[in-house]
Design a protein around this ligand. Structure first.
Ligand code: CDP
Ligand code: CDP
Length: 219
């Protein structure tokens, strides 16, 4: 049984790396950010003011989240695609300040990762959700590089995007995630930090696999 926590800011490469590592080790992958995005999406759909923590808390019992074959379901409706845009990331960041939202999501993540070996990516996996994870990685990259990655990703998909506004969104989320009082974005003390600014996906993969092997897992 192994639990690998991969934390870091937006665009640092968490989900890319988590998917690759899960595939290589043939273990499960959980995207914790998707769960925050789902709750943000539901609140906006239901005209909840995202600054109103009480209303967000009160609406939580109406939300049922399921994950099947890497697809995300909100009250039995698949919404994997709808939660992928930049706005959903911002909505997620806002609902993520509500303690009851975090508790609900942490509970789901802990239950799922108890059943089988898992890679989980997020902001607070190594610090709060699974503090006893066998491996903790914290990815970083300069804010310009992270904005560039998002820009390239969206351009490749044929979307019309503006680098400056992507950079602004990332700066906004970095600030919101690092400064919130509950579970702020920060590396766990024993996390291994990798600055990926000048590393491609292959290099980061190699580095993470080395770390896992050094700890005598994943052979
Ligand atoms: O999950 P997170 O927001 O941390 O980042 P991501 O969605 O995994 O990565 C954002 C983009 O950067 C993706 O298009 C990756 O292919 C790319 N990437 C990269 O160019 N170099 C890396 N070392 C890691 C990711
Ligand atoms: O992929 P990207 O890094 O852009 O975002 P994400 O991982 O989908 O997370 C969206 C937002 O959810 C983040 O900006 C955080 O505010 C929040 N989040 C969190 O608070 N804790 C987590 N474990 C994961 C996400």
């Amino acid at each position: 049984m192994i639990r690998i926590a991969i934390d870091g800011p937006a665009g640092s490469g968490k989900s890319t790396m988590a998917k690759i590592i899960a595939n290589k080790l043939k273990i499960n992958y959980l995207d914790s950010g998707a769960l925050y995005r789902i709750i943000g999406y539901y609140c906006v759909k239901n005209n909840i003011d995202l600054e109103d923590k009480k209303s967000i808390k009160d609406i939580l019992p109406q939300i049922k989240i399921d994950l099947k074959d890497h697809k995300y379901f909100l009250n039995d409706e698949e919404i994997s695609e709808q939660i992928r845009n930049a706005e959903s990331g911002n909505y997620a960041s806002m609902v993520a300040k509500v303690p009851e939202v975090r508790e609900k999501i942490n509970q789901i993540l802990r239950t799922m990762s108890q059943e089988m070996s898992t890679v989980i990516d997020g902001r607070d996996i190594g610090t709060v959700v699974i503090p006893d994870a066998e491996i903790k990685i914290f990815l970083t990259a300069s804010v310009e590089e992270r904005a560039k990655r998002r820009y390239d990703e969206l351009s490749e998909k044929g979307k019309k995007v503006d680098y400056k506004s992507i950079l602004e969104q990332i700066i906004f989320r970095d600030k919101a995630d690092s400064s919130r009082s509950i579970a702020p974005l920060k590396p766990a003390e024993e996390a291994i930090k990798i600055n990926t600014t000048n590393m491609d996906i292959e290099e980061v993969t190699k580095k993470i696999i080395e770390i896992i092997k050094e700890k005598n897992y994943g052979n």
